[in-house]
Design a protein around this ligand. Structure first.
Ligand SMILES: Cc1cc2nc3c(=O)[nH]c(=O)nc-3n(C[C@H](O)[C@H](O)[C@H](O)COP(=O)(O)OP(=O)(O)OC[C@H]3O[C@@H](n4cnc5c(N)ncnc54)[C@H](O)[C@@H]3O)c2cc1C
Length: 389
């Protein structure tokens, strides 16, 4: 071990979680001058994803928000509801704006070293962590990894896991019509009037103007689709919904987010897992951006105050609800489209957003859970409790 390749912190994986952690570390005067190594196989240069999340305040990345909405809508058969988001706003950030913002700010710091390479192994020697790549290695007492072994996850999701595991998988396209077709102030969160493929499918439409929108076909199911099937869903939906009007496509994005509480890896000194690998994704919805911010801010605070690192962001109570919802979806105890439509029909949006942010009170939780029929909810809750016992 040489002084040259020993760091105070190593950030392995510079995507959303790695860069968020770097950002929060650099905001703290107690730790911003630490010797930090950031490694990624492909330091971000393209707009590979768009993040949406809700917030009831001005967040740290407000300057990057390219669009926000005060109204969302949910559709299922005859249920078509526009809902005011109350104290919350639904916000959108382009991945590339986020990557550029953090990377450009961090490049001003001479204490940060960037390495673009494929990490082959993360290990430890006594209490020191080691990161290996083809022609090198580096050491640190704090390694923060967000390197998700996707192949392992795909394999696990096809096996007989005791713990529910679905993929939230989708393809999106940025479309532009010649004439006005969208309501620019309404984000269509879920339109279930699409193929369900045996599980839970919906169209997600985020209008940037009355002509332009990000349109995504999304499924919660155990298996991914072939790419042309997402395209077909979008072709059919857009043709039907907007009367065959012409549009152009300027960008596409495709993704799969694991919806599970299965721990593929655990944080254990000196290697701490963050982001999707660190179970920051909310298992019942696939939303992660907000939780990644909470998780990485929490870690930066712990580093600055010499506290033990705790990467957990989901409360036990809310994790329990996530397990129940996932169980019901995976085992098809009730159709996902009926569950979500009922939740939006019977509750106001800010309570739902609070619930989904893990900040709702027990009273609010009970109200949301009562949206589901007792005959479905109770056996599922029991099943989850027995599994946990
Ligand atoms: C297309 C898409 C859209 C999404 N939209 C939303 C949204 O709207 N709202 C929301 O809340 N969440 C969303 N998510 C979920 C979640 O917010 C993102 O997946 C988020 O990027 C997860 O952050 P992460 O750091 O865990 O993973 P990533 O951002 O994927 O970062 C992991 C990094 O590790 C690097 N890496 C992997 N293997 C190696 C290796 N062997 N060596 C070196 N580097 C390696 C990768 O290059 C990557 O940069 C979306 C996900 C996707 C895929």
């Amino acid at each position: 071990m040489e002084q040259d390749n020993t760091y105070d912190y190593i950030i392995a994986g510079a995507g959303c979680a790695g860069l968020s952690l770097l950002y929060h570390i650099l905001q703290d005067p107690n730790i911003c001058s630490k010797k930090i190594l950031v490694i990624d196989k492909n330091l971000k240069k393209s707009n590979d994803r768009t993040w949406c999340f809700w917030e009831n305040k001005i967040g740290p990345f407000e300057s990057l928000v390219c669009k926000k909405w005060d109204t969302i809508s949910v559709h299922n058969n005859n249920f078509n509801k526009e809902l005011a988001t109350g104290e919350y706003q639904y916000k959108m950030i382009q991945g590339i704006d986020f990557y550029n913002y953090v990377i450009n700010a961090a490049k001003q710091y001479s204490n940060i070293t960037w390495v673009e390479t494929v990490i082959t192994e993360i290990d430890q020697i006594a209490s020191i962590g080691v990161v290996n790549w083809e022609n090198g290695s580096a050491y640190s007492p704090f390694i923060f990894s967000s390197i998700l072994p996707l192949d392992t996850l795909y394999r696990l999701s096809q096996g007989n896991l005791e713990i529910p595991f679905l993929w939230q998988h989708f393809k999106g396209r940025l479309v532009e019509f010649e004439t006005a077709v969208f309501k620019p102030n309404v984000a269509r969160l879920m339109d279930f009037n699409v193929s369900q493929h045996g599980y839970t499918g919906f169209m997600y439409i985020l209008p940037l103007s009355d002509k332009k929108a990000l349109v995504e076909y999304t499924l919660f199911s155990p298996k991914l689709l072939e790419e042309h099937k997402y395209d077909k869903e979008m072709d059919d939906y857009l043709a039907h919904e907007y009367n065959g009007k012409n549009y152009t496509i300027s960008h596409t994005e495709i993704g799969a987010i694991p919806m599970t509480q299965y721990l593929i890896d655990k944080s254990k000194a000196p290697v701490y897992v963050i982001g999707t690998l660190g179970n920051a994704v909310k298992a019942s919805t696939g939303y992660a951006f907000h939780f990644i911010q909470e998780q990485t801010q929490q870690i930066a605070n712990q580093l600055a105050t010499n506290k033990l690192i705790n990467t957990e962001v989901h409360t036990t109570r809310h994790s329990f609800y996530d397990s129940i919802l996932l169980y019901i979806l995976q085992h098809k105890k009730m159709e996902g489209k009926v569950i979500f439509a009922r939740i939006f029909e019977k509750n106001n949006t800010s309570t739902i957003f609070k619930f989904l942010s893990n900040t709702s009170s027990l009273f609010e939780d009970i109200k949301i859970m009562r949206s589901l029929p007792t005959r479905i909810f109770l056996p599922a809750a029991l099943k989850v409790l027995l599994r946990r016992a």
